[in-house]
Design a protein around this ligand. Structure first.
Ligand code: NAP
Length: 386
């Protein structure tokens, strides 16, 4: 029987790569649900090709691009629609490929229904990792990471070695500005920041990679997924992006996972788990790669990394503030309303003005997210400079 799969955010970079995998293995996977925020045109193509039972778009305007009968798929709308897509249509695997806070409640709904969660939307764990992981443990629902770094760790632990894990070493390409001096960073343009050296990804994560906030988020994600403290997660710059991450065990042994720089492979790994499927990618040619470089990140130039460690150590509602302020700041940068170095300045301001909650509920976090966004919009409007 094919595994039934729902993809939230099917029109994005991860969503489309997930459909590439499913296209290659039609006997193994079957699409149940798809969603977009506003790319009705691409969703239209996906509906025609994959015949889902239901689809969700942000609002009725986006549905204009869909075929008049939706090819038989039920049509759902907005935040409630995403929840209904998870709650009312049976799937074995829920691929969460939305961006930011938006994936949190649908992920919880998937866990409550006992679906295996294939998680790309890392912000879900940044904002509410304690709650999400506790619920998944209680319901014995596997959360399988699509993020290549965490997928690498997951593979290195091979399902059983977690108790011996001493340290995780996340690799970072360093982004396009790893050699830039502080003055040059201030003048970075939107186009320069969107030009990632090794990975082809959606706009928000590409900017997060350039500020190194992405690595900060991944550190928090790793803490939740693998039961580590921030002090047990190190980050190294590795410009070739060939080693996807490493684990160090209590005896000092280090295992690394290596692979091509394509998200197809971690997605395939998670969808096929616990099996492994052959695929069309050429094996890595280590002799051609020739060398692998590693160096420490520079927290002075890339402040976001420190802010993420601080937020993770403080815990409670602080990581939700980190995330919300970052979402607003990145959106403002992409809209060319603020400069590159104002992104960390807005996050700093939001963290400094927040009164932390120790054990927030999901509803508390929703409110923290809303209030922080409002404030961050104000800071972005007044254009704080660093
Ligand atoms: N791309 C990668 O290689 C990569 C690697 C590792 C982890 N991740 C993580 O995976 C997640 C997805 O990244 P991506 O690069 O695939 O992003 P993306 O290309 O921007 O795609 C995001 C998808 O989610 C939808 N979406 C965005 N905001 C939404 C909202 N508020 N409500 C409902 N749907 C929404 C988008 O719809 P529209 O198309 O209409 O905008 C799109 O389908 C992120 O959390 C990212 O950090 C990505």
């Amino acid at each position: 029987m094919p595994k039934r799969v729902t993809i939230l955010g099917s029109t994005g970079s991860i969503g489309a790569s997930t459909l590439d995998v499913i296209r290659d293995f039609p006997d193994r996977f079957q699409i149940v649900g798809l969603s977009t925020r506003r790319n009705g045109a691409l969703l239209n193509e996906q509906i025609t090709e994959f015949s889902p039972e239901a689809v969700c778009v942000a609002s009725p305007e986006q549905a204009n691009a869909l075929p008049s009968d939706n090819c038989g798929a039920d049509l759902l709308y907005g935040e409630q629609g995403l929840l209904d897509l998870v709650r009312n249509y049976d799937a074995d695997i829920l691929v969460v490929a939305t961006v930011g806070f938006a994936g949190l409640f649908p992920t919880m709904a998937g866990i409550e229904r006992g679906m295996r969660i294939a998680l790309a939307n890392k912000e879900v764990l940044v904002v509410a990792g304690d709650i999400v992981m506790a619920e998944a443990r209680a319901r014995q629902v596997p959360i399988l990471p699509i993020d290549s770094e965490h997928n690498a760790i997951f593979q290195c632990l091979n399902g059983g070695e977690g108790r011996y894990l001493r340290r995780a070493i996340l690799t970072a390409s360093g982004g396009p500005f790893r050699e830039f001096k502080p003055d040059r960073l201030k003048r970075v343009t939107r186009q320069e920041a969107l030009n990632h050296p090794t990975w082809n990804m959606g706009p928000k994560i590409t900017i997060d990679s350039a500020t190194l906030m992405n690595k900060g988020f991944e550190m928090i994600e790793a803490c939740h997924l693998f039961g580590l403290t921030p002090d047990q997660v190190d980050i190294v710059i590795h410009p070739q992006s060939t080693v996807h991450s490493m684990v160090e065990f209590t005896d000092g042994s280090i295992l690394a996972q290596l692979g091509q720089t394509t998200m197809y492979l971690p997605i395939l790994n998670v969808l096929a788990w616990p099996e492994r499927l052959p695929n069309r990618f050429e094996p890595l040619d280590m002799a051609r790669i020739g060398r692998l470089d590693f160096s420490p990140p520079d927290p002075e130039r890339f402040r976001c990394l420190d802010y993420a460690y601080e937020a993770c150590r403080r815990g409670g509602s602080v990581p939700a503030v980190l995330n919300a302020a970052n979402e607003v700041a990145v959106e403002a940068f992409l809209g060319e309303r603020i400069g590159f170095t104002e992104i960390p300045a807005i996050i700093r301001e939001a963290m400094d003005n927040h009164h932390p909650l120790d054990n927030p509920t999901l509803e508390d976090l929703r409110e923290v997210d809303r209030v922080t966004r409002e404030k961050a919009h104000e800071y972005a409007g007044s254009s704080i400079s660093q």
